[in-house]
Design a protein around this ligand. Structure first.
Ligand code: AMP
Length: 198
């Protein structure tokens, strides 16, 4: 199964991706996680990405496409994957199409988590509080100021992907305001429907 989870920051993509990993045994490919790992390891990519990420802006398509292309070729991604936070621009969506075509595979679906903007900043702040309480590192971009920029970037650069995938007949909307379990159930139903129509 090859799936894209689409939605603004705080929509629940990471949470749902983890559940899909457990259920389907395929990896979650989160470009945000990969970039944060590169920043922590102080690689060349990490050094180039750090300030951009801290400001809530998008890292260049060139950098992100390259790390995803490399990740696609690791053995655990052969049976499928869940893309979380990628693609985020039309240029990335075009790139992913070429990457998949080159590997002779296709996308099963793009699940859009449809959420109310007003709830998002609260979710992000809660995530930061929970991380802090658990003694885990708090993401530098999980605060109200940077969040505004992340949301602006989403509407400017990522939201056009909704139309892009709709036109390809791949888009499925799921109510991301429901409880975590209900969202998981709705995604399961989408996947079951797809499996039955193939
Ligand atoms: P995330 O963990 O998905 O919220 O991503 C955190 C940050 O990493 C984003 O605000 C961007 O700066 C960067 N990032 C993650 N994925 C991408 C992507 N596909 N394209 C560009 N920048 C990204």
């Amino acid at each position: 199964m090859r799936l894209i989870l689409l939605g603004p920051p705080g929509a629940g993509k990471g949470t749902q991706a983890q559940r899909l990993v457990e259920k389907h045994g395929i990896p979650q490919l989160s470009t945000g996680d990969m970039l944060r790992a590169a920043v922590a390891a102080q690689t060349e990519v990490g050094k180039r990405a750090k300030a951009v990420m801290d400001a809530g802006e998008l890292v260049s398509d060139e950098i992100v496409n390259a790390i995803v292309a490399e990740r696609f070729d690791q053995p655990d991604a052969a049976k499928g994957f869940i893309l979380d936070g990628y693609p985020r621009t039309l240029a990335q969506a075009d790139a992913v199409e070429v990457m998949l075509r080159d590997r002779g595979v296709g996308l099963d679906a793009v699940v859009e988590l449809v959420v109310d903007d007003k709830a998002l900043v609260g979710r992000i702040l809660k995530r930061a509080e929970e991380a802090k309480a658990a003694g885990q590192p708090v993401r530098k971009d999980d605060n109200a100021e940077v969040f505004d920029e992340r949301l602006r970037e989403y509407y400017k650069k990522t939201a056009p992907l909704i139309g892009y995938y709709h036109a390809k007949g791949k888009l499925v909307g799921v109510d991301g305001m429901a409880s975590i379990d209900e969202v998981t159930q709705a995604i399961d139903q989408v996947l079951a429907r797809i499996a039955n129509t193939v």
